[in-house]
Design a protein around this ligand. Structure first.
Ligand code: G4P
Length: 521
């Protein structure tokens, strides 16, 4: 029964409005129409394809959910994992990116690289995942293709290696030159992107007279790129040194099939993964998976709690009893689900690369491993350096129990980092965030889900460094610094500013004061 078709598991990163939802819908439509041989869908249907998934996001306003969309394309199973749309959630994004094997960076042709694209790209770079760049909205006026390449190279330090090159400029787009085959992929404008494949491949010799001039320019551009050493190199792509680039119009469905083909051809699939002790689990070994996201409150009627797991090795069969590496306890998988839409379906089998949701998984935390057979534990997902700090108290003293439960739950989900000290006591923990929007999520959820309004007071700290118990003792009473402990046991020294952190480190070399990975704004 095991489905051993090859997997491609990826995420799309982009600035809001670059066309991520449009592309997601187009990908899903394309895959579906392919399976339904020849069917042609209008825009109404296109919207319906993944409406559940999108509705969930829209209802929440900002994208704070993460889910996976699974479809088949040619002989592959493709998993598209959703990423939060805002860079304030870069910690969340980092966790999601630990579950994918590649990323598609979607860039608006009219705007180029935007702040959040850059932030999210940096998260990809930290994780070392290969990135395919899609320049979107090529059906309307935009920046010059060379200008866009230059921006990518300068700002993200990846060598852009276009696989296709536009024929005609943005806004007067005739198609692309496939740089590897020399063919013309001609674009036919359609009303509202109703048909799925407005592209036709033809050899250079068949290019119409009407397109001859722009075709000649494209050929010239392609030759210049080759001279400039901008041809695709698979090794450099996998090493995170270069990024293949393609030009598309998600709205018009142009480039969608090309992107799917590229993902199958170039993007890496699941591979062997090392545990904390250095032992390696091959994809064909016994089942193992790690939790990259925990979420509750998707259904207010029941206190549900979903733990999203990425299958690392082996075949999953619903009902298996696994071991939870953190506690050594058995973990039953009777309630495993596929994780998109509100109407979740139970999942019976899953293979490496797939995403499964475990329902009511109270014991599972972000970063945890579950396994069958020989023990394995995957490395924890690192936390980012928080840059925003608030002390939190229950808005209603009478609801202190709910307040505590809520904070504990949000802490376990990784919505914010929760810091405590004897001095401050449990009544007013310090909440630490990478981006300030995280506090809004906390406020909202404490009020609506846990029925305990929260009161914040802003704290004047800006910088966190990792220290230890000795450091905590040594720093006690020093000006401009306070040491608190995170739930995972890490001691964090919070400083009023960078200057104070640097001076303290310089004057006290015996105190551990280590910088944390930066992810914030
Ligand atoms: P996001 O999820 O990244 O935030 O972006 P989304 O897909 O919602 O797209 C943002 C806007 O850009 C939408 O327009 C969408 O139609 C448009 N768009 C996306 N891809 C393309 C493309 O390839 N070409 C052109 N010309 N436009 C594109 P909107 O007016 O905000 O929404 P709608 O009324 O069209 O749905």
């Amino acid at each position: 029964m095991a489905d051993t078709r090859p997997r491609r598991t990826f995420a799309v990163i982009s600035h809001p409005d670059a066309g991520k939802s449009t592309l997601t819908e187009a990908l899903a439509l394309h895959a579906r129409v392919i399976t339904e041989a020849g069917a042609v869908h209008g825009k109404g249907d296109r919207r319906a394809t993944v409406s559940d998934w999108m509705a969930m996001e829209k209802a929440r306003g900002i994208s704070i959910t993460s889910a996976a969309l699974q479809f088949t394309y040619r002989d592959h199973v493709v998993n598209l994992v959703d990423t939060p749309g805002h860079s304030d959630f870069s910690e969340d994004t980092y966790r999601v990116l630990s579950a994918v094997d590649s990323a598609v960076m979607l860039v608006d042709a009219g705007k180029g690289l935007e702040p959040q694209t850059l932030k999210l790209f940096q998260v990809c770079a930290l994780r070392g995942i290969p990135v395919i760049t899609v320049i979107n909205k090529w059906d309307r006026p935009g920046l010059s293709p060379l200008g866009l390449l230059d921006e990518i190279e300068r700002q993200i330090k990846l060598r852009p290696t276009p696989l296709t090159w536009p024929v005609g400029e943005a806004g007067d787009f005739r198609g692309v030159l496939d740089r590897r085959t020399g063919e013309f992929i001609k674009y036919t404008r359609t009303a509202g992107g109703a048909t799925i494949a407005p592209e036709r491949r033809m050899p250079a010799a068949e290019v119409d007279a009407a397109d001859a001039e722009v075709w000649a320019e494209a050929v010239e551009g392609h030759e210049l790129l080759t001279l400039d050493d901008a041809d695709h190199d698979q090794k450099r792509f996998l090493a995170g040194e270069s990024t293949p680039v393609m030009f598309a119009s998600a709205l018009q469905n142009f480039g969608v099939a090309q992107l799917l083909d590229l993902l199958l051809e170039l993007a890496p699939g699941p591979s062997a993964t090392a545990g904390v002790d250095g032992s390696v689990r091959d994809v064909d070994d016994d089942f193992s998976a790690f939790i990259f996201k925990v979420q509750s409150g998707m259904n207010n009627a029941h206190r549900d709690r979903l733990a999203y797991a990425r299958v690392v090795s082996g075949q999953f069969e619903r009902g298996m009893v696994l071991t939870h590496a953190a506690t050594g306890r058995p973990f039953a998988t009777k309630y495993a689900q596929s994780v998109f839409g509100r109407d979740t379906a139970s999942v019976d089998h899953a293979s490496p690369g797939d995403i499964i949701g475990f329902v009511n998984a109270q014991a599972l935390r972000v970063g945890d491993t579950v396994y069958d057979g020989a023990p394995i534990e995957y490395p924890p997902v690192p936390s980012f350096a928080p840059e925003h700090f608030r002390s939190a108290t229950a808005g209603d003293i009478g609801r202190y129990k709910q307040f505590r439960r809520g904070i504990e739950q949000l802490d376990q989900e990784g919505v914010v980092q929760v810091l405590r000290s004897d001095l401050r006591g449990d009544q007013s923990p310090v909440l630490a965030a990478v981006g300030p929007l995280q506090f809004e999520v906390v406020e909202e959820r404490m009020k609506n889900e846990f029925n305990s309004p929260i009161k914040f007071s802003r704290l004047d700290y800006q910088v966190a460094r990792r220290t230890d118990a000795d450091g905590a003792t040594a720093l006690k009473g020093k000006r401009g610094v306070e040491v608190l402990q995170r739930t995972d046991g890490t001691h964090l020294a919070l400083f009023v500013d960078q200057w104070r952190a640097n001076v303290t480190a310089r004057d006290n070399p015996e105190i551990l004061l280590e910088a944390l990975p930066a992810g914030g704004s």
